[in-house]
Unconditional design. Structure first.
Length: 306
């Protein structure tokens, strides 16, 4: 056979073609796997990729925010560069774990693989049961709770705290019968997490961002909305006298950065870093820089004197 003839494709046994197919598929998968993360991979790469949704004062979208500074400091502590990767709530977990997931209440639907884009989600992410099944949370970085919020001129008064939080939640929900209520899918403000349909409320899922929920009720798009503590604190400061908190609809919750389930070494490194910040007062100063009123609501979480 001539050299020229040897350049043309020839028949190969089926098993050989199968091996080539497996090899090609493996090569196609390698970039995503090699670029996935983990402490060793991050140090080799030299960059910590911070996945963040612009939200409240955690990620401003303008290059700062409590969680932005926290992750910048963590990257420096690790000895690597910092890179911010902007995402939205619906794609956040998929961009971390490489698999798109969708939740309705506590139920999870797995919708297939997606590219991994970052190493940690940090944007005031609430620890809720369904998320704990798909990501690994670090230690708490903010206390929270879900509140019912209305316009200041709404004909309903904030509840008076009773003997128990459970009673307060029941009383808060009781004002919703026949009223319009906004929530947000794929977040801690998903109404199905708190059985809001059972209240008799006319529930709508907001299509805008979380930062736009308070302006939505101010502009009469709904009578009520769900807001979590940090967003409510920002809204009360930004629009004084225009909204009011009616009462709680959830038990106390916590917020924390989220890591891939297999990246325990990275999660443990973050927890060590966070403990150092707490020990010398830097964490309290960072929290109060972005949430100066948090000590009024959660006096045991930070100390203004430090």
């Amino acid at each position: 056979m001539s050299d020229t003839a040897s350049c043309f494709p020839v028949y190969r046994p089926r098993t050989t073609r199968l091996r080539w197919l497996v090899l090609i598929m493996t090569l196609l998968m390698m970039p995503a796997v090699a670029f996935a993360g983990g402490l060793a991979e991050i140090k080799e790469r030299g960059v910590l990729r911070h996945l963040g949704v612009p939200y409240a004062n955690f990620v401003s979208g303008a290059g700062d925010g409590m969680d932005v500074e926290l992750m910048q400091g963590f990257a420096k502590w690790l000895g690597v560069d910092y890179a911010y990767v902007r995402i939205d709530w619906s794609s956040a977990i998929g961009a971390l774990i490489g698999e798109q997931v969708k939740a309705q209440g506590d139920k999870i639907e797995r919708e297939g693989p997606v590219p991994i884009e970052g190493d940690v989600i940090a944007n005031g992410m609430t620890v809720i049961p369904w998320r704990e099944r798909v990501v690994l949370f670090g230690d708490t970085t903010f206390p929270t709770q879900v509140w019912l919020v209305s316009r200041a001129d709404a004909p309903v008064a904030p509840i008076r705290p009773g003997n128990s939080l459970a009673e307060d939640i029941v009383r808060t929900k009781s004002v919703l019968d026949g009223k319009t209520l906004l929530g947000k899918l794929d977040t801690c403000l998903d109404p199905s997490l708190y059985d809001m349909n059972a209240t008799g409320a006319k529930v709508s899922l907001f299509q805008g961002t979380l930062n736009e929920l308070a302006p939505a009720i101010i502009s009469n798009e709904s009578e009520f909305t769900l807001l979590d503590v940090p967003d409510a604190l920002v809204a009360l400061e930004k629009w004084p006298g225009q909204i009011k908190v009616i009462g709680p609809v959830s038990e106390p919750q916590t917020m924390a950065p989220a890591f891939r389930p297999g990246d325990r070494d990275l999660r443990d490194a973050f927890n060590t870093y966070l403990a150092e910040l707490r020990a010398d007062g830097r964490f309290d100063r960072l929290v109060l820089k972005y949430y100066p009123f948090v000590a009024d609501y959660f006096p045991d979480f930070v100390s203004p004197e430090r």
